[in-house]
Design a protein around this ligand. Structure first.
Ligand code: HAM
Length: 430
């Protein structure tokens, strides 16, 4: 009986993991240049962590968390995002006492019980960064510049970064009032969720995915008309710093993000070709979160990119090739024993080597080597064993070179022989 995978939980198969590994390698390189260090929080946290940080009336907390009781009754949750865990770890390990600014990045799976569709999974992977300990606009600009650098390191084309400022605890109450009044005036046109959320969390009205609510949104009050002096100046400075680098994210006054911890600068990255799930990343500032989670009054800002969505955007381009440098094709069991030793020796010297099974015909070994995309096959038959030298088949030129290189050759001698083509006798293949 076949046991299928769970809905919304996908395998990432070898053809794709090559792409993932290359995205991760590029990200690590960019993070290092910006002096970020890696953090690896656990996948399971206490449920309260997410309720208190993401917000009780968000879709994530209300509908999407994988929550279960541990055997001792403790409510636990598979992390739906990384920020809450990073901040929890930051507070738990008193990182603020060890360094004034922490610049952290993470890679790994997140879990949300959403309705699966293209680019929307129940287990998905994020690459994220968090900067803790800076409340100045230059930190926002640095995080955004890092985001742009990542997109170009990944060679993502046509992405649009949208930006907004969500104000702060001082200026948001007046905006909230304006939104509640607007929501009440539209009560009969809003969806059930929005009607319920008007009083509790009116910012969520702007984030609703129901077509009817989206259509209403353009008439809603805008945060941009309610900033206090500090929030206005902060937002202007962020945009000025980016502008000085020739970067102008698109101002989107109704973008609020789906998590409650944000304040001031918030942003999303939209990419073409993704359909409804067009956000490949998002982030923003969360200055009150460290304090809300029991730490000192330390500011924070960060973002996360979704790996699966990046992979979809890049899918038209071939994944980096992963062919072996050469394949050894032994014929018979004595040659096979020898081939295993040769492969081991050359692998220890750093080569990427495949060994075929000596019990199969040369023709079938060749077919497999071709499928692997190998340029060279080292044939080890009875004659080669007797002569102590290999026949090298160049799969591209379709040439066999008898006695091209000794069986005991070092990896450097072998590589030199492969490219130089110094053969004792050359035979063209059909
Ligand atoms: P988020 O916007 O909820 O933000 O998620 C960031 C990215 O994760 C999305 O833009 C998307 O690419 C990917 N993503 C989210 N849900 C799914 C899903 N169900 N399937 C596939 N991909 C998905 C956060 O998670 C914040 N923690 C980002 C942040 C970091 N803000 C500050 N620091």
């Amino acid at each position: 009986m076949k046991i299928p995978s769970v809905k919304g939980f996908h395998d990432v198969l070898p053809d794709e993991t090559v792409r993932w590994a290359s995205l991760e390698a590029s990200a690590r390189e960019v993070f290092a240049r910006y002096n970020f260090r890696e953090i690896r929080p656990p996948i399971v946290e206490r449920t309260d962590l997410f309720r208190r940080s993401i917000g009780e009336t968000t879709d994530i907390v209300e509908k999407e968390m994988y929550t279960f009781e541990d055997r001792d009754g403790t409510p636990l949750t598979l992390r739906p995002e990384g920020t809450a865990s990073v901040v929890r770890a930051y507070v738990e390990h008193a990182m603020h006492a060890k360094e004034p600014v922490s610049k952290l990045f993470y890679l790994g799976p997140m879990f949300r019980r959403e309705r699966p569709q293209r680019g929307r999974l129940r287990q998905f992977s994020q690459i994220g960064v968090e900067v803790l300990g800076r409340d100045d606009a230059a930190a926002d600009a640095e995080v955004l510049l890092l985001l742009y650098d990542l997109l170009s390191a990944f060679a993502i084309e046509g992405a649009e970064v949208q930006i907004n400022s969500l104000g702060c605890r001082r200026c948001r109450p007046a905006y909230r009032e304006a939104l509640v009044a607007w929501g009440r005036s539209k009560l009969d046109q809003l969806c059930d969720d929005c009607r319920r959320r008007i009083e509790q969390n009116p910012m969520r009205l702007l984030d609703c995915k129901q077509p009817g609510c989206i259509a209403l949104r353009d008439g809603a009050p805008r945060m941009i008309d309610h900033y206090d002096e500090e929030c206005r100046a902060h937002f202007e400075r962020v945009r000025e710093l980016l502008e000085a680098q020739g970067i102008r994210p698109h101002l989107q006054p109704y973008m609020v993000r789906g998590l409650d911890y944000y304040c001031r600068t918030a942003f999303e990255v939209l990419a073409p070709g993704l359909g409804a799930q067009n956000a490949i990343g998002g982030g923003g500032r969360y200055d009150g979160l460290v304090r809300d989670l029991g730490g000192p009054d330390v500011a924070g800002i960060g973002f996360a990119l979704g790996m699966e969505r990046l992979a979809i955007v890049l899918a038209e381009r071939p994944a980096p090739a992963a062919a072996p440098e050469f394949v050894i094709a032994p014929l018979g069991s004595a040659a096979e024993t020898r081939a295993v030793g040769m492969a081991r020796r050359w692998r220890h010297a750093g080569a990427r080597v495949e060994v075929e099974s000596g019990g199969r015909s040369l023709k079938s070994q060749m077919r497999h080597a071709d499928k692997l995309g190998a340029r060279y096959v080292l044939i080890l038959g009875e004659e080669e064993m007797a002569e102590g030298a290999l026949t090298v088949r160049d799969m591209q030129a379709r040439l066999d070179r008898r006695g091209a290189v000794e069986i005991d050759a070092s990896i450097d001698e072998l590589r030199a022989a492969l490219v130089s083509g110094g053969a004792s006798s050359v035979e063209r293949q059909a």
